[in-house]
Design a protein around this ligand. Sequence first.
Ligand code: MG
Length: 374
Amino acid sequence: MSELRITGVAVYVVRWPLKMKRRHGVGDIEDSMPGAIVKITTNAGVVGWGEVAPWSVFTGTAEANAAGIHHYLRPLLVGADPLKISSLMRRIDKTLVGHTEGKAAVEMALFDITGKHLGVPVAQLLGGYFRSHVPLSVSIANPDFDEDLAFAKQLVAEGVNIFKVKTGFSSHKEDLERLERLRTDLPSTVDLRVDYNQGLDPWDAIRQIRDVEAFRPTFIEQPVKRDQRAAMAAITHAIDTPIMADESVFSPAEAIEMVRGEIADLVSIKIMKSGGIVRAREIASIAEAAGITAYGGTMFEGGLAIAAGLHMVAATPNIALGAEFYTSTWVMGVDILKSPIVIDNGMTRVPTGPGLGVDVDEDIVKRSSTTHFE
Ligand code: MG
């Protein structure tokens, strides 16, 4: 029995400024994005940090998650042993349904505390570093396409080789024009991927995707709505290019549905969808057993959530298609980390220090906060 006890849970609802606008099939992002930061304190002085990175059209809201953590999870966390992560997460699931981003933030903070207490990085707690660097995929999602193209060219010069083009938010003709420009203007060795973010209607999806296949995308992600699983299966069977499920798979149970229904060839795994690292790895295991390779997705995440994602991908061999761990570097207008996440020659470096291996700048969290609970 450890003597370690949780003494406090503080939640800061924040509003992050953004450096670029983003347009996805599921919705648009203008100049700022809500989020929340969780700080868990202990009687030994060890502090754990977690991040809620929601999107109201995709997972949930910062406000609901912050209130859920404060009113429902804080009472069961204070006084508990933070090293008992599995027991605490089981109690959390029995106390609060949904709120996957809030659960991910709390679990991340518990892993941070455990790693710091034991003096090991979170990736080591998960089985060790299968990879120390993760190939970076950058999304082409700026409504100003010329700005994005110039950005992509600059990134290619810096070693980035994977780009994910967001499609399905305007017209099919425009999607094809953007893909054509990318294939013409970027080196032929660039690994292009396509993400519809649920943007197609099932009746016309197969014809449109066949046109897009001419640009040799490595995969095509979530063409239709999350619940349109029969259409996902029909597309997966009709199209040669691998189809990836993102919005259709939040949980291990939905991963089993994906396998049974043959609705995808690949899956995007995000801790904000699954409700934390452990559930994300359960999805990776189900996928691996079914021969489905995984990709490391993100929401609009700051450095803390990115760090947690990096440890998860580092220790999970089946997440082999790279990951989009760049938002804290190029999209967010502030960095809550004292030392930023390192991107080097097209690869994101997995932190190596104890816990999440990152230092949070508490002043920036407080300055960005619109409301807080403790
Ligand atoms: Mg996606």
